[in-house]
Design a protein around this ligand. Structure first.
Ligand code: 5GP
Length: 186
């Protein structure tokens, strides 16, 4: 039985289901790069846990870098404004890039990121996202591999936060309405 914290309405994807799916994703990603060493670009902070699990499940050599972008502030709705808070530490020109995203919601953050990265002339860009929301009106941004399609609800855990908390839950849970209400300043 999965431990459930205060603030979690219900467990959506448990730890062992995540683990199994990440093993499958890793095998698929390995097969894309048999002749190269890709740079995995993790999108902080949300993708940190997924990135760590994914790269450990992969068999091929990889390099790792991170970017931090902000699109939500501390709300549960996209503000529509994307900002680079931390950039890559190396050049990606001529390199194979795998963007490792936590969740694609409106698609806005990913679209912005792909535009930024494409202008730096990498050899290829692919995207793996742990979660993608099934959502009318989302941007049709290309994602090569998706761990789980999920309903349009605000999720937390496995790297995903609400107002800076819940990232360390070992599963994906749905945030309870009470936890949203309880946030100061709303
Ligand atoms: P988008 O730009 O696709 O609307 O949102 C992408 C970013 O918003 C994600 O990388 C993530 O940081 C955040 N986000 C979107 N949906 C959720 C959600 O359900 N829970 C959490 N914790 N963050 C989300």
């Amino acid at each position: 039985m999965q431990r459930k914290e205060n603030g979690v309405q219900r467990v959506l994807i448990d730890a062992s289901t995540l683990d199994k799916r990440i093993t499958e994703l890793a095998a698929q990603v390995d097969s894309w790069y048999l002749d190269s060493t890709p740079i995995l670009v993790g999108v902080l902070n949300g993708a940190a846990v997924f990135m760590t699990e994914l790269m450990q499940a992969m068999a091929i050599p990889v390099q790792v870098d991170f970017m931090a972008v902000s699109s939500y502030g501390s709300s549960t709705e996209s503000s529509g404004v994307v900002q680079i808070l931390k950039d890559l530490s190396t050049s990606i020109e001529g390199q194979d890039i795998l963007v490792v995203e936590d969740i694609v919601d409106s698609g806005l953050t990913l679209q912005y990121l792909l535009d930024v990265l494409a202008r730096r002339n990498p050899r290829s860009i692919r995207v793996v996202a742990m979660l993608r929301k099934v959502k009318p009106g989302a941007i049709a941004v290309p994602v090569d591999l998706v761990g789980f399609e999920i309903p349009d609800e605000f999720v937390i855990g496995f790297g995903l936060d609400y107002a800076g908390q819940f990232r360390n839950l070992p599963y994906i849970g749905i945030l309870s309405p009470e936890a949203i209400m309880a946030k100061p300043g709303r």
